[in-house]
Design a protein around this ligand. Structure first.
Ligand code: BDP
Length: 716
């Protein structure tokens, strides 16, 4: 009997469709699950064997091709020295003997672009994946595999692609003890303690995933920097990672603590104009390049939130940055200098401080400096207008900084696809120098021929099995790569690509998933900070609502500073009558933002303080509109739950259940946000809830009493 049972179990398990085996999400969007008929046959005819030269990056490309074909088509395409028949995939640069005679138009593709073409070589039908540099070949292979993942034809190809930005980097806010600041996916994947002796195979998968979306740099350490990362024993660990990443076209960068000459060098000062200080940095940089010849450079957070910097010595950000840039320049290193500054001593609107400090420095930075600007002027809120520095420093290379990790958007459990947020920021019209000058365009156009361009994303990667803390947060890592490659990208097709590769190409699966993703960030905005509110999170860890908080040391750390609700109304007056932050934008933009009738309603309370009975565009008064939006956010989460329920048997059980449970957490927390916020604002507005909107489940004190001191990610 027992044997019969065992036999039955065996038969049943063999009968399971392959997609049904438990998946953890570790494979990300590179799942390469078997392709069904008739695609299997069509693809297989086109991938019978491949040719490639023996160089590390093209070998990595070939290995990825083999992995993908093995997974999707069920066989290992063999390597051949040359084209042996139809179906060869020819990988190489324009100079490789099989490709050169084709005279492909590669020049305009730059060092990282690629071309995929169906061609005839020696009378055989082949697919050529060609580039100027080996990394382009690797990118091309990922694209070729994506066609199959997306069930698109591969027989008549003519694709050419090149990245629009030069630097596409992740910023890991990872401490040396593996704690990740604002990390919700476990601890740092850099197992420093075991490096360089043990190299976790996961590092290779990290590199593959990044290369698949064109990321070409990674800052390994936290912006709140620790000088110890620059010590020789640490550089040996960094070198080990650099060697693993190199074949994948990824350079490593470190954060540089501005006071390192004091902490490591024993100097009395870190004054950037002191020759000893400059000498120390030069020697340190030379040492780093001896260890890591293709080291990318530094990222620096200076004079911001307690970090040391040039202002400690009454020097400007340009003086500080240039000193480091000069040390890096002989090695072609890049310095990314953050514009995220605001000071406790400065009573001016925090929104205005970075602009005030950096705008006068336009044109004063060295060529190899990129000033790294967050998308908005405050701090990665669920919604912010674009940063006024974009377009305001035409002589300075600016790079975008987005936050992939969801510090302010519900940590790992809330489903919030950030592609829509990034598209919104990148498509914002700065009107500088003219109407139609979008943020994306400014990022793409180098200020001069040699100047760098770039985009940084604060990583959401950690030691969790699924890398990002949730299945859906992988989409944000993926989307970041896509937007960094092409700032003109659109959120919806990017979501569609990710959904098909990650969950399966069946439109009955991708349709609902894309719909969920596209509305998800707006839902968070609605249940946390609707109508242009911002920064209303609880203190420190930023987990959950805290709009009532008013007792923190620095005024701009308090939520009340941001919403300014009182008996008369709510909102931050940043018009000319208020702080005049609108004056930092181009006049045409200032005219829109500064006019309560013209400002997009999504920024209404960001720029205006308005009476509770102000008539909004829906016809409702402001108070009623606010409550309506909070409820809309909660309802949107319920809709996502229903959509996900409908996918129960269409995706693998384990990932499906994880998402279901996370959505339930999100629903509860959305309700918490809504109820706590409505209870608080009602205590100020003293207005009744509009008809049909339920009273919060508890009184305000109940929400105020909630304390979650162990919420993850808090800076240490
Ligand atoms: C804030 C984070 C803080 C970071 C800071 C930054 O709360 O942990 O150190 O940004 O970007 O959003 O430097």
């Amino acid at each position: 009997m027992r044997r019969l049972l065992a036999f039955l179990i065996l038969v049943l398990s063999l009968a399971l469709p392959p997609g049904a085996r438990a998946e953890t999400g570790y494979d990300l969007w590179l799942r390469y699950r078997p392709v069904e008929a008739p695609w299997q046959e069509r693809y297989a005819a086109r991938v019978t064997h491949y040719t490639v030269a023996a160089r590390p990056t093209v070998i990595a490309a070939a290995n990825e091709l083999r992995r993908g074909v093995e997974g999707m088509l069920g066989y290992d395409p063999v390597w051949r020295e040359t084209v042996m028949g139809d179906g060869a995939v020819v990988l190489g640069t324009g100079t490789s003997p099989l490709i050169a005679p084709l005279g492909l138009p590669l020049t305009q593709l730059g060092p990282e672009g690629y071309l995929i073409r169906s061609a005839t070589i020696q009378g055989k039908q082949v697919t050529v994946i060609a580039a100027n540099g080996d990394v382009g070949v690797l990118y091309g292979v990922f694209r070729f595999l994506k066609l199959m993942q997306m069930r698109q034809p591969i027989d008549n190809l003519d694709i050419s692609e090149a990245p629009k930005l030069k630097l596409r980097v992740l910023n890991h806010w990872d401490n040396l003890d593996r704690y990740v600041e604002r990390g919700y996916a476990g601890e740092s994947i850099w197992d420093w303690q075991k490096l360089p002796g043990y190299k976790d195979p996961r590092y290779v998968d990290y590199a593959r995933a990044n290369a698949s979306i064109g990321i070409n740099g990674t800052v390994l350490t936290n912006v709140n920097a620790n000088a110890d990362a620059l010590r020789p024993e640490w550089l040996a660990k960094v070198k080990a990672l650099a060697e693993i990443f190199r074949p994948y076209g990824i350079r490593v960068y470190l954060t540089a603590r501005f006071s390192a000459p004091i902490e490591l060098g024993g100097l009395k000062t870190a004054d950037p104009l002191d020759p000893q200080v400059a000498g120390w940095w030069k020697a340190k940089v030379d040492e780093i390049y001896r260890v890591i010849p293709d080291f990318g450079g530094f990222l620096v957070k200076a004079n911001s939130e307690g970090q040391p910097g040039p202002s400690d010595y009454k020097r400007s950000h340009a003086e500080g940055a240039n000193m480091l840039a000069d040390a890096l320049a002989p090695h072609n290193g890049t310095l990314m200098w953050r514009a995220f500054v605001y000071a406790a001593e400065n009573p001016d609107d925090r929104h205005k401080q970075a602009y005030a400090e950096f705008h006068p420095l336009d044109g004063k930075f060295r060529d190899n400096v990129l000033v790294q600007v967050k998308n908005g002027a405050i701090d990665f809120q669920p919604r912010e207008p674009f940063h006024p520095l974009f377009g305001a420093m035409p002589k300075t290379p600016l790079m975008m900084e987005f936050q992939i990790t969801k510090e302010y958007l519900g940590f790992a459990t809330h489903l919030a696809y950030l592609g829509t947020m990034w598209e919104e920021a990148l498509q914002a019209d700065t009107f500088r120098p003219h109407k139609g000058s979008t943020v994306a365009e400014l990022l793409e156009a180098p200020v001069d021929a040699k100047a760098a361009t770039g985009m940084a994303g604060v990583a959401n990667i950690g030691s969790d099995l699924n890398w990002s803390g949730s299945q859906f947060d992988q989409a944000n890592w993926y989307a970041f790569g896509r937007f960094a490659w092409d700032p003109e990208a659109k959120a919806e097709p990017v979501a569609r690509d990710w959904a098909a590769m990650t969950w399966g190409s069946d439109p009955a699966v991708t349709g609902p998933i894309v719909a969920m993703m596209m509305g998800s960030r707006e839902a968070v905005v609605d249940y946390m900070t609707p109508l242009g509110l911002g920064h209303l999170m609880a203190t420190g860890h930023h987990y959950g609502p805290g709009p009532w908080i008013a007792d923190l040391a620095r005024p701009e750390w308090n939520p009340v500073y941001y919403h300014k609700a009182d008996a008369a109304g709510i909102g931050f007056d940043r018009t000319a009558r208020g702080t005049n932050a609108v004056g930092q934008y181009a006049p045409a933009v200032a005219a829109i933002f500064g006019d309560r009738k013209r400002v997009p309603e999504q920024f209404l309370l960001w720029f205006h303080h308005l009476p509770w009975d102000y008539r909004t565009r829906s016809g409702r008064i402001l108070w009623d509109e606010l409550v309506t939006r909070y409820d809309r956010g909660v309802d949107a989460v319920k809709t996502m739950q229903a959509e996900w329920d409908g996918l129960k048997d269409k995706v693998d059980e384990r990932r499906w259940a994880e998402v279901r449970d996370f959505l339930a957490i999100q629903r509860d927390e959305a309700q918490w946000w809504r109820d706590a916020s409505v209870a608080y604002f009602q205590s100020v507005s003293k207005r009744p809830l509009p008809a049909g909107h339920a009273a919060p489940a508890h009184d305000l004190d109940w929400y105020k009493a909630i304390k979650t001191p162990y919420a993850p990610g808090n800076g240490k």
